[in-house]
Design a protein around this ligand. Structure first.
Ligand SMILES: COC(=O)c1cc2cc(CO)sc2[nH]1
Length: 233
């Protein structure tokens, strides 16, 4: 998978070259490039935003730099582009969408700032590429960069070969077909500040442990995320 990120804050994406995503880049499973949108501005001040037509607070990102940046992305790799635009107005990101995006050959993240990107850029992307507008949830950030960090980690870890132990993908919360929250986890020591590890986990009775874990997952889901237990139909 090739990932390109276009942003006016390239430094914000530096963490992507660490740990999990970093290993995927080193191993060649993922190619990642971060681009400064201002490279496609041509005025002395490298202007990327302007006042909104129709008035209102804040600034809007100008379409011209985005158009030139997206054109340049096409020249970098012949694979068809999925353009992912984090926005409060987007589809809420979840594990199903993470799986969908992990199957794509190429992702181009367009990080908005200010009040957002001129709508004509989104319309151009919808007509020219595969556009996915996505929000991390029902709250607002100041820009798309933090969302790109989260989405990239959620997507890259699903690519075969990236995680050391693919079994850990099976039982985790929100895994496909696994609509329960994860059960509680314990490790040594058996007693810590007067708190014991549940006896069952020390019993070696794997069937009973599996039952206990499912009961714990059900209980947690019931109390914290009851909507996950509602049937879809
Ligand atoms: C949960 O919030 C988001 O996913 C989010 C993405 C973006 C992009 C912005 C720039 O206009 S503000 C913002 N919030």
């Amino acid at each position: 998978m090739r990932i390109d990120v276009i942003t006016i804050f390239p430094g914000y994406l530096a963490p992507l070259s660490l740990s999990l995503v970093g290993k995927a880049i080193e191993s060649g499973v993922v190619d990642l490039a971060v681009h400064d949108l201002r490279a496609w501005t041509h005025d002395r001040h490298h202007t990327a935003d302007d006042t909104p037509y129709g008035g209102g607070a804040g600034m809007v990102m100008k379409p011209e730099p985005w158009g030139e940046a997206l054109d340049a992305m096409e020249d970098l790799d012949p694979a068809p582009m999925t353009v992912v635009v984090p926005t409060p107005a987007g589809r809420v990101f979840n594990q199903d969408l993470a799986h969908e995006l992990s199957a794509r050959r190429r992702l181009v993240f367009a990080c908005g700032r200010y009040e957002g990107i001129d709508q004509r850029v989104l319309d151009h992307c919808a007509d020219t590429y595969d556009l996915v507008e996505v929000s991390l949830g029902d709250y607002v950030l100041n820009g798309g960069e933090a969302a790109v960090l989260a989405i990239t980690e959620a997507v890259v870890r699903l690519i075969p070969g990236v995680l050391g132990n693919p079994d850990s993908l099976v039982e985790e919360s929100h895994a496909p077909g696994h609509r329960l929250l994860e059960y509680p986890n314990y490790t040594k020591p058996p007693r810590w500040r007067g708190r014991e590890v549940p006896e069952i986990l020390l019993s070696g009775n794997h069937a009973a442990i599996a039952t206990w874990r499912r009961e714990q997952a059900l209980e947690r889901t019931r109390s914290r995320r009851p909507e996950l237990l509602e049937d879809d139909f």
